[in-house]
Design a protein around this ligand. Sequence first.
Ligand code: ARG
Length: 459
Amino acid sequence: MAKMWAGRTDGAVNSLADDFNSSISFDKKMFREDILGSIAHASMLGECGILLKEEADKIIIGLDGILTDIINGTLEISSTAEDIHMFIEEVLTSRIGDLGKKLHTARSRNDQVALDLRLYLKNNCKVVKELLFSLLNVICIKAEENKQTILPGYTHLQRAQPITFAHHLLAYAEMFKRDVKRLDNAVDIMDYSPLGSCALSGTTYNTDRDYVALKLGFKGITANSIDGVSDRDFCVEILSCFAIIMMHLSRFSEEIILWSSWEFRFVELSDEFTTGSSIMPQKKNSDMAELIRGKTGRVYGNLMAILTTLKGLPLAYNKDMQEDKEGIFDALETVINCLSVFTPMLKGMKVLKDNMYKAAQKGFINATDLADYLTKKGVPFRTAYKTVGEIVGKCVKENKVLEELTLKDYKKAHELFEQDLFTEIDLKTCIEKRISKGGTGYTSVENQIKGLKEFLQNG
Ligand code: ARG
């Protein structure tokens, strides 16, 4: 097909160059946004008297028809078109004649593509947000079920102090709550319509950019036309939100993989979300969690790619910017797929509470509590720390746990030890006594669950 922009050149592009230049294979995803943007633009041209009202109406009816036909499958998006913007305009002109050629008055593909991408991402960030809410909801249910489930908390992957599983899960809730906020913020920052920036410098027509912005549901318009067409900060920001969501999912996945191993046996994933081995009959592999961990890399890659693409670009539009879409579409799809799989996988995950408790009984995770016991009797913390360290050393030598030593043994280490030390180092007491705000104590965990429920309710 002859190029719509033929004129300055004859438009007879080398076929390799033509394919290379084309973005239709990926920007066709934005057909809806492109058409809705064009409808708002045509309507504005009619309102402002740049086109006759009846001309604008005909264009709008034509565009509406194209939208319906693409949705119901009667109009196929041609793979040979240069991009989605050209394709829609070409179809419009073929359907309503020369009037279709008036649509592009006071507009450029540069502001058109910037608009389409913002609209597309705005809509799809809502999907990601909903998925984050579903995940938070499952975390909330699981936390409620595990308020009394004790397991070792780790630092350096060494047993450190007792915590409840609810508390551990609620740490992830905080991360995903921040992800929601970050996404809201990124959408809020990009919620301005660039349409009307035209090629880069604005237009000689008396357009009404605010009208278009309002019609398309934007908060306002971009303030500088050069920035309007050159800005892809919103891609970087949204990709960085996606990268952080993936980082959180990946850490959670990593823990689930560890917990599912025979070495831990803290959880068991449902058969639905595991796979077997082609050779080892005993295997039950956590492939979904591993894939989520693996796919995090490609989302990071997409973030690096857009940052690198943008770093040397002079203002205003450059064709390099066409490279913005594939990465962000891929990241979006990856995040949506990962969240869609992770949430039901977590929901069906069986928590092996007894195994968690057994693990908590080993590894001296109540040693800090023993030191605190002495400290509360006036022994300086460093001294208490050393005394308990020596007690632990003796236990390790004798292959015992702290609970197995006698009061006599304890008295030998420090005269201030009394019988009540045994209640003090009981794991349940250790949890109960963590009364600090945000800690693993029962009241704190109740408060965290309450906070999460409020967050879920207020959206
Ligand atoms: N397909 C192009 C893109 O995705 C649309 C904008 C083209 N503008 C231009 N001046 N060639 O960026």
